[in-house]
Ligand binder design. Structure first.
Ligand code: EPU
Length: 431
């Protein structure tokens, strides 16, 4: 086990390169199961969620060849259909995409109920509703989602999503790609990774229109052939470094981003007194003066992303005045605030609202990461705090940020990775 030891209170300066988008990658890798041929995927982030998903493909019989640190070739032509193993599938939220992909390919799928970050209830009723509309019988048995069409091809259908769900939209696009006829997904999510999945599938021969709007039309095709595809840059990874410099002060250049995807984050940082300058596919972020308060409500894209809420909260802890956060997507995404209070932050949470009264300084303290973005936010808080902070449970952070230590130390951060004994391995441990 490892922990991060951060000596904070220093501004960040330098350049950071953004990796491929996690939430696109974990949809595009399962999509390769639909491809009959060799499929080369570039700009994959080196994170544990991607490694897990590639391992699952191999367990299903796909050939996966690593070309370099961000490129793999997948050949799923000869895969066979069997249940996704509980050990692998339960560790990753995005394992539900294997459902749409395997069902589309074989008319049958068995996938463990998904794991991932804990934000209160994470229902999958919209996935089930959509797959059922496409002709599958779906049931939950012994911790697995089991779906079958009895071997027949799925049949295109109109599907209205009751809630705007990223996962359900992507899963239904995967299932509908090889279905017979037209599927129309209404009230679809519009996140950049949805467009990326559609672009990937179309480049392999699918017929998907409307991704990025709230109506997506998938005309089923007989087969997908191979090809090459490069994943979009990670909007949330970029936003995390932007929030970090907002909190610490300094000036950084964030390379390899799509500025349009960053607008919802940039707009709020500017309200907080941070300068954001666009330069091609880079942004230059400067924070010199005092940070100003603001109010933020998280919403589906193009609203302010829920996956940036904890990181921006870290910066707002040091803003002048009182900020109000409203979490519009998840029921319980404020668990990190208890840890922030240990640094001297003043935050009150009431249901989906958090009120942050800015303080002059935070002081370092031990914190325990409770999920991926909360962990990243604790790193930001630690970097902005005076003195030493320690963050444990960092496996959450490694799920979604490629080389976060290398990238932050490249910006001048003082972070050490320290081995700590695993409590479960200690002789005589009780409890
Ligand atoms: N919802 C339902 N029923 C469903 C599906 C969703 O009621 O069948 C509700 C959820 O409870 C939630 C809302 O709809 O209130 C949105 O959930 P969504 O399905 O969009 O979330 P997700 O697909 O499970 C993805 C990302 C999350 C990100 C959300 C929202 C992946 C693997 N995960 O989750 O990312 O927070 O979209 O943008 O793409 C992260 O990267 O840190 C992360 C948690």
């Amino acid at each position: 086990m490892k922990k991060y030891v951060i000596c904070g209170g220093k501004p960040l300066y330098g350049t950071v390169e953004i990796s491929g988008a996690k939430n696109a990658a974990v949809g595009i890798i399962p999509a390769a199961l639909l491809v009959d041929g060799l499929c080369r995927i570039e700009n994959l982030p080196q994170i544990s969620d991607v490694t897990l998903m590639l391992n699952i493909l191999q367990e299903l019989g796909a050939q996966v060849r690593t070309i370099n640190h961000s490129t793999v070739e997948v050949n799923a032509s000869a895969i066979y259909n069997h249940p996704v193993s509980y050990e692998s599938g339960r560790k990753i939220r995005a394992s539900y995409y294997l459902m749409g992909a395997l069902l589309g390919r074989f008319g049958q799928a068995e996938v463990p109920l998904p794991g991932g970050c804990d934000f209160g209830g994470r229902p999958i009723d919209q996935h089930i509703k959509g797959l059922t509309a496409l002709g599958a019988k779906v049931e939950v048995k012994n911790g697995f989602m089991c779906a079958t069409t009895g071997g027949a091809r799925l049949k295109g259908a109109p599907i209205y999503l009751d809630v705007t769900s990223v996962g359900a939209t992507m899963n239904l696009m995967l299932a509908a790609t090889l279905a017979e006829g037209m599927t129309v997904i209404e009230n679809a999510a519009k996140e950049p990774h949805i467009v990326d999945l559609a672009n990937f599938l179309n480049s392999m021969g699918a017929d998907i229109a409307g991704a990025g709007t709230d109506v997506i039309k998938v005309r089923g095709v007989e087969r997908l052939g191979g090809g090459e595809y490069s994943i979009i840059p990670d909007q949330i990874e970029a936003g995390t470094y932007m929030a970090a410099v907002a909190a610490t002060g300094g000036k950084i250049r964030v390379n390899n981003i799509i500025p349009k995807h960053m607008e919802c984050i940039t707009a709020k940082l500017e309200e907080m007194g941070v300068q954001v300058e666009e330069d091609g596919d880079s942004l230059i972020i400067t924070r010199e003066g005092a940070l100003q308060r603001t109010n933020i409500k998280t919403m589906p894209y193009p609203g302010f992303p829920t996956d940036m809420q904890p990181q921006i909260a870290a910066a707002l802890c040091l803003a002048q005045g009182t900020s109000v956060l409203t979490e519009g997507v998840w029921d319980n995404r404020y668990r990190y605030t208890e840890e922030f209070r240990r640094l001297g932050a003043r935050i009150q949470v009431d249901g989906k609202i958090a009120i942050i009264e800015g303080v002059e300084k935070l002081t370092g303290a031990p914190m325990e990461a409770c999920d991926l973005r909360a962990g990243a936010a604790m790193m930001i808080a630690g970097l902005a705090a005076q003195g030493v902070s320690e963050i444990t449970n960092i496996r959450h952070i490694e799920r979604g940020y490629e080389d976060i230590i290398g990238k932050l130390t490249g910006l001048g951060a003082d972070i050490q990775v320290v081995e700590v004994p695993d409590p479960e391995q200690q002789v005589g441990a009780v409890g």
